[in-house]
Design a protein around this ligand. Sequence first.
Ligand SMILES: Nc1nc2c(ncn2[C@@H]2O[C@H](COP(=O)(O)OP(=O)(O)OP(=O)(O)O)[C@@H](O)[C@H]2O)c(=O)[nH]1
Ligand SMILES: [Zn+2]
Length: 200
Amino acid sequence: MLKIQAEANVPTDDGNFRMIAVSEDVSDWMPHMAIIAENTNFEEPVNVRFHSECITGEVFHSKKCECGQQLDAAMKYMHQHGGIIVYLRQEGRNIGIINKLKAYALQEKGFDTVEANLKLGLPADDRNFSVAIDILNILEVKNINLLTNNPEKMKVVENSNIQLNKRIPLQIDSTNESESYLKVKKDFFGHLLENSEEKK
Ligand SMILES: Nc1nc2c(ncn2[C@@H]2O[C@H](COP(=O)(O)OP(=O)(O)OP(=O)(O)O)[C@@H](O)[C@H]2O)c(=O)[nH]1
Ligand SMILES: [Zn+2]
């Protein structure tokens, strides 16, 4: 059963967060994390971000995707308004870093982010967000504002016991390197992304 294995307060550049490791087994070296801003008010709808791991973007600042900037923006948002980042160990839309790098190698040959996964015999997106719902239940969160552009994440909340009060967009402007990736997110996955021109 999924449970809290350990928790502690951690100061960051974006304020203080309670960092909680959640897994089924205490020997799990890659537990999911819930990080809770210190000003979070559980009596009101809680700002929540479900964030899937992306070591290339978050740690090494890859320009191929916007994951690192989304995580930074989410931390700043939670610091300002209160809220929780549920950090899910779903590297590469849950195909793992080895397969993601294999997919990147195919992307160098011209395949897009979806085609590359399929070419490897893997699903375009192998994530299941029900674990994020389980984590919110462990934290006794009942009503949320979800920071996302991904309609799949919204669907999961709508089909759960947790109330979705509203969506808060978390859009990062595209760069030359991320433009085609974000276009596939919009066209194939139906992400709620506005074009930069439309935004102006
Ligand atoms: N397989 C694969 N995964 C990728 C690629 N680029 C980024 N990712 C992964 O895509 C995932 C993006 O996760 P999120 O930012 O939580 O979610 P999202 O589906 O983009 O939805 P948002 O909530 O709108 O950001 C991470 O797990 C990344 O590692 C790629 O080219 N191939
Ligand atoms: Zn990424």
